[in-house]
Design a protein around this ligand. Structure first.
Ligand code: F6R
Length: 608
């Protein structure tokens, strides 16, 4: 949550900061602001709207050093006074992503020392703390290091001082931050997309790093205060991958990118004739030989991917699997088993709850850890022994789409590799699975052709306030995912149930105003599902059924059938996800909501 960008250059940095903020807006968008240094003074411009509004207010602002921020509110309502950057005595300006847990104690102490607080944020204590050390004659770097030593919590920060036009100091602990290395100009940002207009050369910072940037270079100090070298890497991210192109929204673009994202994620496997544990890391074979169960930890959409994987792992690989919501697991007394493979699933790799759950699992004695993640340099990837990177490319829309389906692909590969290692896959079964995986991108492409049909269907949801999603077995998590997509971007209250559970309560909700959306693959539970659908229809519920071609579910009064092009066996959850994403997207268009930036949400949840 919250995006940070900062720059020190030989030119006006305001356009660099604004462009960077635009690209980070997915991280939070309830206010935006910047501070630039010019003529020994700091100019602060903030806006409660989006970056576009900030841009209008900064037409006359100039400076060769600056920091900027786009906010997702934690402490204090979205307002100009709570917008970052925060200042101390017109001398120090700070942007911050994260949460300072001991801010109340610090606030009391600083107030007693004469500091006046003008916001409700935790960040303002950082500005005053740095000021208090700077006023004693310390350099900006030393003052920042001294202030950071007093903070408890998570942060990525950028700091500048009015009387120091040549230096920008930044630091990270628990929140992402990286450097951009230009020619005679240096940048800092929460993610690489914000740096691309200026440079591809990036330095990923480690936990506890503090950096001093000037126009002629930078110095990195590690958590122990030692000056260290960190490798400069060339980002492979392309500018086009973060631009909207021909699409109306990022979500629509990202839904359409799924065939390519899946092909990229599966590339190394599909190009080979057999499955090898090495795709999860050099130590994977030895680790997999030492495990007897899997524990998947994740949040939101990534949790739903874990729920699908449980079916695959138990049925195909014969390995017990439990799936837990990270924010629950981290506070639960559980029984650790050192032979469990703790698998964290995350698009961003920065989700605070998932990180905390992983660290908690480690503290309980779990030694085998695997990250399935879309961001190579993210915290979760670094914290795990094994990794499988999904190659979905940047996902900008707040509602996760291509990250989810590529997570499913990665989890299916995990299943197959474990099944093979455990002697549960014959050579011909392995070849058959590989064949189906190679076909998957084309199969998804075919499902995308349902888009015009779903766009028309969505019109029937324009006046709805509630929706019920049904699925069974492997597809129940897909019903959950469909309901999550619909509620987060269209604000329609949506719930998902395993269809067999209807009669145990939720059937009471069904009447002619309750659309019931069902995922109906042609699998072993089809006949059971059909009976459940009859139960709905008998109570006047309007049914919208996404059915495989050979299910023989017929359209009738109150039963709308959207025919899926083909049945994909174990990979069917991936195909059935696509129309539910499209449905949510087109219903949101009907409702006129902000599809890519739904209210109250942000893309990367780096706070608890
Ligand atoms: C919903 C969505 C969220 C995320 C969740 C975890 O569309 O995107 O539910 O899945 O916040 O985020 P990651 O996967 O980055 O750990």
């Amino acid at each position: 949550m919250c995006g940070i960008v900062g720059a020190v250059a030989q030119r006006n940095v305001v356009p660099i900061l604004l462009e960077g903020l635009q690209r980070l807006e997915y991280r939070g968008y309830d206010s935006a602001g910047l501070v630039v240094g010019h003529d020994a003074k700091l100019t602060r411009v903030v806006s409660t709207g989006r970056v576009a509004e900030l841009t209008l207010k900064t037409a006359a602002t100039q400076g060769q050093i600056g920091i900027a921020h786009t906010r997702w509110a934690t402490h204090g309502v979205p307002s100009e006074r709570n917008a970052h950057p925060h200042m101390s005595n017109d001398l120090i300006a700070v942007v911050h992503n994260g949460i300072i847990e001991n801010y109340e104690v610090l606030r009391i102490r600083l107030t007693a020392g004469g500091y006046v607080f003008t916001s409700d944020t935790d960040t303002e204590v950082i500005a005053h703390l740095i000021h208090s050390h700077y006023a004693l004659g310390n350099s900006l770097l030393e003052a920042t290091q001294a202030a950071l030593a007093e903070l408890v919590g998570a942060y990525a920060i950028g700091v500048i001082a009015a009387d120091n036009p040549d230096q920008l100091v930044c630091a990270r602990r628990g929140s992402p931050l990286l450097l951009g290395v230009g020619i005679g100009e240096y940048l800092v940002a929460s993610d690489v997309s914000a740096l691309l207009p200026v440079t591809r050369n990036v330095v990923y910072l480690e936990e506890g790093d503090v950096v001093e940037l000037g126009r002629s270079g930078y110095r990195i100090f590690d958590a122990g205060g030692r000056c260290v070298e960190r490798a400069v890497q060339v980002s492979e991210l392309s500018n086009e991958s973060v631009e909207l192109g021909e699409y109306r929204h990022y979500m629509q673009k990202e839904i359409h990118e799924q065939p390519q994202a899946l092909a990229d994620t599966l590339e190394s496997v599909c190009n080979s004739q057999s499955l090898v544990p090495g795709i999860f890391g050099a130590e994977a074979a030895a680790t997999f030989a030492d495990i007897d169960s899997i524990l998947i930890l994740a949040c939101g959409t990534s949790y739903h991917a874990g729920l699908v994987a449980k079916f695959w792992l138990e049925e195909i690989a014969g390995i017990p699997c439990s799936v837990e919501i990270a924010s629950e697991y981290r506070y639960r007394i559980s029984v650790p088993n050192p032979k469990t493979l703790v698998t964290v699933v995350s698009q961003s790799g920065e989700t605070a709850d998932t990180q905390a759950a992983l660290n908690y699992a480690k503290s309980l004695g779990h030694i085998h850890t695997l990250a399935i993640c879309n961001v190579p340099e993210s915290a979760l990837v670094r914290l795990c022994k094994l990794r499988m990177l999904t190659r979905a490319g940047p996902e900008i829309g707040v509602a996760s789409t291509k990250a989810f389906t590529t997570q499913l692909a990665a989890l299916f590969l995990l299943t197959l590799v474990l099944a093979k290692q455990r002697g549960r896959l014959t050579v011909s079964q392995e070849q058959q699975h590989l064949h189906e995986l190679r076909h998957l991108p084309a199969a998804v492409q075919k499902v995308l052709e349902m888009e015009p049909l779903i766009a028309r269907l969505a019109e029937q949801f324009a006046d709805k306030h509630h929706a019920l999603f049904l699925g069974r077995g492997l597809h129940y998590p897909i019903a959950l995912e469909g309901a999550l997509k619909l509620k987060e971007i269209s604000y329609i209250h949506a719930e998902a149930y395993p269809a067999g559970e209807l009669k145990h309560g939720p059937l009471a909700l069904v009447d002619e105003d309750m659309p019931v959306i069902s995922v109906a693959p042609n699998d072993a539970l089809l006949e059971k599902l059909k009976s459940n659908l009859q139960e709905v229809r008998a109570r006047g519920g309007e049914l919208y059924v996404f059915a495989d071609a050979d299910t023989h579910i017929r359209a009738a009064d109150g039963i709308h059938i959207m025919q899926m092009p083909e049945h994909a066996g174990y990979l069917s959850p991936i195909l059935h996800t696509i129309p539910l994403q499209l449905l949510a997207y087109y219903v949101a268009l009907q409702k006129g909501t902000d599809v890519d930036k739904p209210r109250n949400l942000a893309k990367s949840v780096t706070v608890e």
